[in-house]
Write a protein that binds this ligand. Structure first.
Ligand SMILES: Cc1ncc(COP(=O)(O)O)c(C=O)c1O
Length: 377
């Protein structure tokens, strides 16, 4: 178990923040890295051409380490939707083929698939919620030789319900379907291994469980797709872009690996150093230990919430860092706002109240959550 890390964050004692699924707070050192980046731009004579490459490479390497990939397999993106659109542009879909998603999946991992299906004469198949055995058996059943693409999260963004991605990856390979993952609600808090799952693309926005800034994420692109077509064509992604004097010696070749898929101005001097500082800390803690610590915390909260009539799903079927609590009837109107007035922060998505803690939460936060919740129900 990792001891409480609140001292690394700027969180007043009377704030009980359980809303990493919405947006994680920044650590002091991440803020400092951003401030340094802003000040660097105030004095641009200190920014040299190698700086356009060194921090991106550091960020790529750290993210790759988090998911057991190589730096060559990683591109920098501004949003999950950008990574999903990159995948959609580079995967084949034949007429009548199926694209599999989950009911109430996050929109950034749905709209591109609807567009693609409409364009190619494919069909989006939505797996319905329900059942006592979780998503995985129904996903495995839905994936067959007619399936072109399976687009999933690791855990559902509304309630943390978990998907066995290794089993889904195996099934996809059996039938020749591509596997595209949106790991925004899990990377950094839930171990994930590209070698075990073998996805075609795995995308994550960085401002939640990666504890980084807004508008910076990463996409893993499997080696067999690295010769594909990027969404946009920026100078830095092309071969020899390190030579600023020779940039108009236009090149048709790209930088190696997945770098061709980097967003324009990926060398962001403010947000990239922030992401690097956050990723270094996550790796130092270790994702398996983060998951174990947060699992114990959410289990304790689930146990304390049960006498209030709030239902948590089977711990075996949800991600440990992500607690979705169900109400006996509808979610009381305005509940998150009422809790917010008492300095307790959670979020409601669909019929689920998301309680998503991190290592900054302590016993006093849990006490405040339960006390305020009992008063509000
Ligand atoms: C599962 C999931 N994916 C992605 C995002 C963010 O998407 P984007 O980066 O496209 O804004 C969110 C935000 O809540 C999310 O919950």
């Amino acid at each position: 178990m990792i001891p409480c890390q609140r001292h690394l964050f700027d969180i007043p004692e009377d704030i009980a923040y359980f809303n990493c699924a919405y947006m994680s707070p920044l650590m002091h050192k991440v803020v400092a890295a951003g401030q340094e980046g802003v000040m660097g731009k105030a004095r641009p004579w200190r920014i040299t051409p190698p700086d356009f490459f060194s921090t991106p490479e550091r960020a790529r390497t750290l993210f790759a380490k988090l998911i057991n990939a190589q730096a060559d397999d990683i591109a920098m993106i501004p949003a999950c939707s950008y990574g999903i659109a990159t995948a959609a542009q580079n995967l084949p879909v034949g007429k009548g083929q199926k694209l599999v998603v989950l009911e109430d999946q996050f929109p950034s991992n749905v709209y591109s698939w609807r567009e693609l299906a409409a364009e190619r004469g494919g069909e989006v198949v939505t797996i319905a919620k329900g059942g006592n055995d979780g998503w995985t058996p129904r996903i495995l059943e839905a994936v067959n030789p007619d399936t072109a693409i399976v687009a999933l999260p690791h855990c559902h963004w509304t309630d943390g319900s978990l998907i066995d991605l290794e089993a889904v990856g195996r099934r996809c390979r059996e039938v020749g379907a591509a596997l595209v993952l949106d790991l925004t609600q899990s990377i950094g808090a839930l171990p994930f291994d590209v070698a075990a799952v073998q996805p075609d693309f795995a995308v994550a926005a960085g401002y939640k469980w990666m504890m980084g800034p807004y508008t910076l994420g990463f996409v893993y692109i499997a080696p067999q797709h690295q010769n594909g077509r990027p969404l946009e064509h920026n100078w830095i992604a092309r071969k020899d872009s390190e030579n600023f004097a020779g940039l108009v010696d236009y090149k048709s070749e790209f930088q190696p690996g997945a770098r061709r898929f980097d967003m324009g101005e990926g060398a962001n001097f403010t947000s990239l150093p922030m992401a690097v500082a956050a990723l270094e800390q996550l790796l130092e803690w270790g994702v398996a230990d983060i998951q174990a610590t947060l699992s114990a915390m959410t289990a304790q909260i689930a146990e304390r919430a049960a006498p209030l009539g709030l239902r948590a799903s089977d711990p075996a079927l949800r991600a440990g860092h992500f607690l979705g609590l169900g109400f006996p009837g509808d979610v009381p109107t305005g509940l998150p706002e009422r809790l917010g007035q008492e300095n307790v922060y959670v979020s409601v998505r669909g019929q689920s109240m998301r309680v998503t803690p991190h290592l900054f939460n302590n016993e006093a936060d849990i006490e405040r959550l339960i006390t305020v919740l009992s008063g509000a129900l």
